[in-house]
Design a protein around this ligand. Structure first.
Ligand code: ATP
Length: 234
């Protein structure tokens, strides 16, 4: 059974139909990537999953119908969304940002343990633990956004363009960490414009165009496809 499944998901912004019936599945333990050009509907798909936009159709998570549940509910069920543009709390310190990520965790010991785990993935954040989030570099803020999402021990991580605006070395680092998280069992749905790198770490991929899935396949197959090469890997 898939951990996450979208069936015929439609989303509207006023009269604009941003998603025109999306079917998509993510199994436990997979990295699945959703690639497509600007405005294709990638971010909207993630927002549809975590309940930030109202949709028609079905969003199933772990066998439960979750369609249009509000974000705090989907978060408590284990869906962590790391939005585009890394929205951290700029005035709060790194440590406080991480604590906010664990808002639903009562046990202090658990919060400390998870923070240590997050620091293992992102040692840089440990060094900057008392620094306001807003003073971190772009790459560090992206790391903080991911680390904060991990604090609630999600079952799936929805990553919206984690590579955006980052220098190539940092992009590589972020992708390596995503892969490492996955090796340790995290299921990941990765939205990227950086199709080449996304397909290199993903197991499977979907191509979205104007609100519709136009291709789906093993990541290796998509990387080799002439159509994908021409449109997204140029
Ligand atoms: P990008 O890579 O540029 O972020 P995307 O694939 O993530 O693109 P979406 O952000 O999902 O695309 O947008 C899909 C479509 O919906 C676009 O045509 C966009 O203009 C429109 N759209 C997105 N958000 C809104 C909104 N709040 N109000 C109206 N239209 C919107």
């Amino acid at each position: 059974m898939s951990l996450l499944e979208l069936r015929g998901v439609q989303a509207y912004y006023g009269r604009i139909e941003a998603l025109k019936g999306i079917d998509l599945k993510v199994s436990e333990g997979e990295i699945v990537t959703l690639i497509g050009s600007n405005g294709a509907g990638k971010s909207t798909t993630l927002k549809a999953i975590c309940g930030q936009v109202k949709v028609r159709g079905e969003v199933l998570f772990d066998g439960n119908l979750m369609t249009s549940q509000p974000p705090h509910r989907t978060a408590l069920r284990g869906i962590a969304h790391v939005p585009e543009g890394r929205r951290i709390f700029p005035r709060l310190t790194v440590k406080e940002n991480l604590e906010m990520g664990a808002f639903a965790v009562r046990e202090r010991k658990l919060v400390r343990e998870r923070m240590e785990r997050a620091f293992n993935y992102f040692p840089r954040l440990k060094e900057r633990c008392g620094q306001p989030g807003g003073t971190l570099s772009g790459g560090e803020q992206q790391m903080l956004a991911i680390a904060r999402a991990l604090m609630m021990k999600p079952r799936i991580l929805l990553l919206d363009e984690p590579s955006m605006g980052l220098a190539p070395l940092l992009v590589e680092q972020i992708f390596r960490i995503v892969q490492e998280l996955n090796r340790e069992g995290m299921t990941i749905l990765l939205v990227e414009q950086n199709a080449y790198q996304a397909l290199q770490i993903a197991h499977r991929g979907y191509v979205i165009q104007s609100g519709e899935i136009i291709m789906e396949d093993a990541a290796g197959k998509l990387l080799a496809s002439e159509q994908v090469k021409e449109a997204y890997l140029a």
